[in-house]
Structure formats: C-alpha cells, structure tokens
Design a protein around this ligand. Sequence first.
Ligand SMILES: [Zn+2]
Ligand SMILES: [Zn+2]
Length: 68
Amino acid sequence: MSVTGLCEICEAPSVEHTCDRCGQLVCERHFDEDAGVCVECAAEIGQPDRPRQPDDEDMPDGVDTYEF
Ligand SMILES: [Zn+2]
Ligand SMILES: [Zn+2]
C-alpha cells in the first residue's frame, strides 16, 4: 500500500499517512498515530493527555449542537 502526494496541511512531499477520519493525506508530523487521524481531526476529537494549542481557538467552546 503506497500513498503518493503532498501533505494537505504543510505540503511536505513525505506523505506516509492517510487520516482515518477525513481521509486527507498528511505527513508524519501531521498525523496522530495514537488516534490514527490527522492533527486537525485529533484536535476536533480531543486528546485528554494533550494540552490544547493556544492558537487553536478558531472555534469557541459551546458551539456544539447537542445542547440544541
Ligand atoms: Zn504536514
Ligand atoms: Zn483528518
């Protein structure tokens, strides 16, 4: 199984992973091996043992729809 293309996040040519969640190609740096997803999905899913990035505040808390 070979993956060809550029990382869809940083455009690095060394793409080795495909996100199990969104399917985009990502390089080793942008792939969370524990979750098997890209870092973008990992941020959405939430990693309890991983502190949130300060600049990862595009989406305010409480925007989820389950409280609808
Ligand atoms: Zn990358
Ligand atoms: Zn993803």
